[in-house]
Design a protein around this ligand. Sequence first.
Ligand SMILES: Nc1ncnc2c1ncn2[C@@H]1O[C@H](COP(=O)(O)OP(=O)(O)OP(=O)(O)O)[C@@H](O)[C@H]1O
Ligand SMILES: [Mg+2]
Length: 290
Amino acid sequence: MVNLLKLLRLIFMRKKVSTNIDLEAVKKERVTVPNAIGNSSPKGGIGKTTIQLESGVQLVLRGREVVFIDWDIMSPRLSLRLLKELKEGPSLVKVLIGMMDITEAVRDTVISGRRGSVTVHLVPAVTEDDVPDNINRLLEEMNETSKVIKIVNKMKGSVEKLAKEYDVVFNDYPVPSWATYYTYQHLLSTTSSWINLLSDSNPNMVQLIAQLHQRYTKNIPVLGTIINMVRPTPEEFNKAKEYALELCKEVNGRVAMAIPFDGKLYDVFAESLASPASLNYPQSPAPRSP
Ligand SMILES: Nc1ncnc2c1ncn2[C@@H]1O[C@H](COP(=O)(O)OP(=O)(O)OP(=O)(O)O)[C@@H](O)[C@H]1O
Ligand SMILES: [Mg+2]
């Protein structure tokens, strides 16, 4: 009979998690450009895509050229928000499997709101014509560690190329699954020069994020620590600001932010996905009533 206690002790007392990916090597592999920003959180639906899109549009409104890479092949929400439909054509999937260069996969798209229109550039994650063959090919390649490393390193070069052409590259990563954490961290560590760490107002989540950063991504400088979807009461907001600041100090970040839950940031309209709130907010804050 297997000694269950011994087995459990073996699993939980192991000091080092074994992995096929050499994390020390990863540290040396980060993109050499300074303008590739990724948003990261172990929690899904926390606002990674929304905050990147709003940040990007704010920069475009100030005259910068930004390009988004939608890495979320299973749920290409950013691509859908910007392009509305994804029937065929260039996609990140085609870049990943070597069918095209990333510079050929960038699409220009005009988005409009009450404040006018802006042009943003996007590498869409996936199109309908990638299913099933290209997706199958990609999944097969991602099953082999040596190929994963090759693909990730190729993408490092791709991001560097775009970063030289545009003011800012925004990497919109998917939420990582614990089961594929190494691949995710490898990708993130290699393709971003800065990361934003996002959390909700749960102190356990904030702590987990600090630990994950310490363990896997400490080679990447942290731009912002962001607590999103905060209940808009003074008490909750003050708590969230404290969490953001504490996390910021712990990971040596540049800015700490708390963002309230705000219906204008919600991306779903009855008929389609909404255009960014930055294009719809009034230009200057409305005067407050006394
Ligand atoms: N501060 C906010 N106030 C209100 N709604 C928000 C806020 N931030 C994000 N949302 C909404 O929450 C939902 C999830 O946000 P989003 O898709 O940006 O999260 P995500 O972290 O990118 O998710 P995923 O893990 O699926 O990639 C969207 O409907 C978005 O519009
Ligand atoms: Mg997202």
